[in-house]
Design a protein around this ligand. Structure first.
Ligand code: CUK
Ligand code: CUA
Length: 693
């Protein structure tokens, strides 16, 4: 509100320019915007008066001139969102192997932000300057080497009573077996943890109904120590043979305890269940009737390890022999209770329930699922789990009530080679819907429809859920073609009790001819589809030019309550006052000894258009710590801070305090400047780092 008032005041000033005198500070703060606006306005009026052909006046004329159909025009009207008007929904999409998260508006499909998570990002100074961000990145190192990228797959929003509450965001890094916590107060990453005893993670993140835990499963099995169990990166070695794979390789189903107050995962309260080395895949954690249950689909119950040079079938074939793989059912609340009573053992920093124990305690069951399945999605009431066939044109719908009953009544068809009871398929299946070729993932709307992506058919199937959603359900009602090779779908607040419907985003792997050629590496294609009416309508193609997004979660915009500026002197990692924050006038340089080493500490402020102090002196060999406080309180008044030739760039948002720390290993005089064009005298927002020999 204060901001708006300010803006209005400024406009008034600008309108009366000439009569109103601006102070120097006001001129520097606001004059730049005014001058830029004036120049643009002048440019436009010159063009208009230059005798160019008159602009088309009506919709019809514009459509004709641009070659648009009526459907195109309707699509444009449904998505166009003028500046100052906000989207109805915000989509958090994984950035795939960029290691980041994308923040996109729906229905405008405008990209608002790339949240730096597993990969350093210079604009945000993430991993390029602020010590605090280096600490976050380091948190997820595996003990062997620094990791500077991730493969993000499944974003998840924190939940209250299973509904998305818009406070925290979680995402996994498949390649390095990690999970990250992002605050939706400032859209910044707060923590990265390596999941113990696990090399790669795929399914999850998926929060329990009140975000007590975030569930995550391994993908490719990890070699476990034959004696002690568990896995230490760079240490555990098991010779790769078929026999050893079966005996010593393991999957994990991990429940990372989330401390909501601190906004951090707490490994000391987390637990993990040892799994057979089937390739676990997608995760879902239930609510309502499925509260207390967690699921994941799997493939490679064949236990293939490859070995084409020795005449073995390639993995792709070796992993696709069986008619059935196993949907895993984990009784997580029972497991939590077991752990609280002292069950399990601590292996490499996390409490692990060994597989034999889990079987004995009745914490794990398998359900047959046809043909190398993919996807694992829970219907809005929490009553069914939908798994797709991948090599089978059907979605299999399991009834949670039936699963619970079959477990109670011990309706097992057999045990798997590890002793896990396998429930009878016919006892737990509710329906099988033939949706088309290559079904992968299913999302839901508010009208009792489900939507399944069809990778091979290049389509999305809309089908009716059965009772209690619809009397005449379990059948496909419509299909819409997509372009091309769809993986996940996302509808607003799907995989929660109250999906919002209206839109569906198809996250396509290929775009082929949909966009101009930009070289052989094509953008991915997010397609926005209107699902509010009787017929689905394609509205918009959005190119994604960094990595391959897998999944996205979409949330109503009013559920998000982000900060516009930090309170003065905030450390964003904790949202508490930064111990080294200062106010204007308190800038200083101190040089002292610490454990026999010379340390130069510089307390500095940033404000349009001054870095104070502007000469920062240290001696070669010093540890230099620069405590930077952005003393602005104006929305959007971010300052950058880079040091030439030192590979340092930070970003200080209004109110933020952060630390830059480095060893002054080379003498010299290095330019310092602000990297954000923040005012007319932004170029003057500079200084020197002097490292005396
Ligand atoms: S997976 Cu990529 S299309 Cu990682 Cu969720 Cu299915
Ligand atoms: Cu501050 Cu440019």
């Amino acid at each position: 509100m204060a901001e708006e008032k300010n803006a209005k005041k400024n406009n008034k000033r600008n309108n009366k320019n000439g009569e109103t005198k601006l102070t120097r500070r006001e001129f520097l703060s606001f004059g730049g915007g005014f001058i830029a606006g004036f120049a643009v306005g002048a440019g436009i009026s010159r063009l208009g008066g230059g005798g160019a052909p008159a602009a088309p006046a009506s919709f019809a004329e514009i459509m004709e001139q641009r070659g648009l159909t009526q459907q195109d025009a309707i699509a444009a009207l449904k998505t166009y969102t003028p500046g100052g008007k906000y989207d109805e929904f915000i989509m958090f999409a994984s950035g795939g192997h960029s290691g980041q998260v994308l923040v996109i508006g729906v229905p405008s499909m405008r990209l608002y932000k790339v949240i730096a998570v597993f990969t350093p990002e210079p604009w945000q100074g993430y991993g390029y300057g602020l010590k605090e961000t280096h600490e976050v990145l380091k948190g997820g190192y595996n003990g062997i080497r620094p990791l500077s990228w991730g493969d993000t797959h499944h974003p998840e929003i924190s939940r209250t009573n299973a509904e998305f509450d818009g406070e925290w965001l979680f995402i996994n890094d498949k390649a390095n077996g990690r999970a990250a916590v992002i605050s939706l107060k400032d859209f910044e990453t707060k923590q990265i943890v390596k999941v113990p005893n696990t090399q790669t993670v795929h399914g999850g993140c998926f929060a329990t109904p009140n975000t007590e835990y975030v569930a995550i499963v391994s993908q490719y099995a990890t070699p476990w120590d034959p004696e002690k169990g568990g896995y230490i990166p760079g240490e555990t070695y098991v010779e790769l043979t078929e026999e050893n794979y079966k005996k010593y390789f393991r999957g994990t189903y991990t429940f990372l305890a989330f401390d909501r107050k601190r906004g951090r995962f707490d490994l000391s309260k987390s637990f993990q269940i040892e799994l057979p080395p089937y390739t676990q895949d997608l995760v879902a954690v239930g609510w309502g009737p499925s509260d207390g249950l967690a699921f994941c689909n799997s493939f490679n119950t064949e236990l293939a390890v490859g070995g084409v040079l020795k005449g073995k079938p390639p993995l792709e074939i070796g992993m696709s022999q069986n008619d059935f793989d196993y949907l895993h059912v984990i009784l997580w609340k029972k497991a939590e209770q077991y752990v609280k009573e002292g069950g399990g053992e601590v292996i490499n920093g996390i409490r692990v329930i060994r597989l034999k124990e889990a079987v004995k305690e009745g914490l794990i069951y398998f359900v047959p699922e046809p043909k190398s399945p993919h996807g694992c999605d829970i219907t809005p009431n929490g009553d069914y789990v939908c798994v797709s066939g991948k090599l089978d044109p059907v979605v299999t719908v399991y009834s949670v009530e039936k699963i619970k009953r079959a477990i109670e009544e011990k309706k097992f068809e057999k045990k798997d080679p590890y002793g896990v009871p396998v429930l009878k398929f016919d006892e737990v299946v509710e329906a099988q819907i033939e949706v088309g070729l290559g079904p992968l993932h299913t999302e839901f709307d508010d009208k009792g429809y489900a939507y399944t992506s069809l990778f091979i058919d290049n389509a999305v199937a809309r089908w009716k859920l059965g009772p209690p959603y619809n009397e005449d359900g379990w059948k496909v009602v419509e299909r819409i073609p997509i372009n091309y090779n769809v993986g996940h779908l996302a509808t607003p607040e799907s995989n929660s009790p109250t999906p919002k419907g209206k839109y569906l985003v198809s996250l396509n792997k290929w775009s082929i001819e949909r966009f101009p050629l930009v070289g052989p590496l094509h953008p991915q294609n997010f397609q926005l589809i209107d699902i509010s009416g009787e017929r689905m309508q394609l509205l918009y193609d959005m190119p994604i030019g960094l990595g391959e997004p897998h999944y996205a979660k979409i949330i109503s915009i009013e559920k998000l309550k982000p900060l516009d500026v930090y309170p003065a002197g905030t450390d964003p990692l904790t949202f508490q006052p930064h111990p080294k924050a200062i106010q204007q006038g308190q800038e200083r340089i101190e040089r002292k000894q610490e454990n026999g080493k010379w340390v130069t500490e510089i307390y500095a402020t940033l404000i349009r258009s001054t870095i104070t102090p502007d000469i920062m002196k240290a001696k070669v060999g010093d540890i230099v710590r620069i405590y930077l406080t952005n003393v602005e309180y104006t929305r959007d008044a971010t300052h950058g801070f880079c040091i030439a030739e030192y590979n340092i760039n930070a970003s200080l948002e209004p109110g933020e305090t952060g630390t830059i720390e480095f060893v002054a290993d080379k003498p010299g005089v290095y330019a310092i400047y602000c990297t954000e064009f923040c005012s007319p005298l932004h170029l003057e927002m500079a200084g020197w780092l002097v490292i005396e020999p």
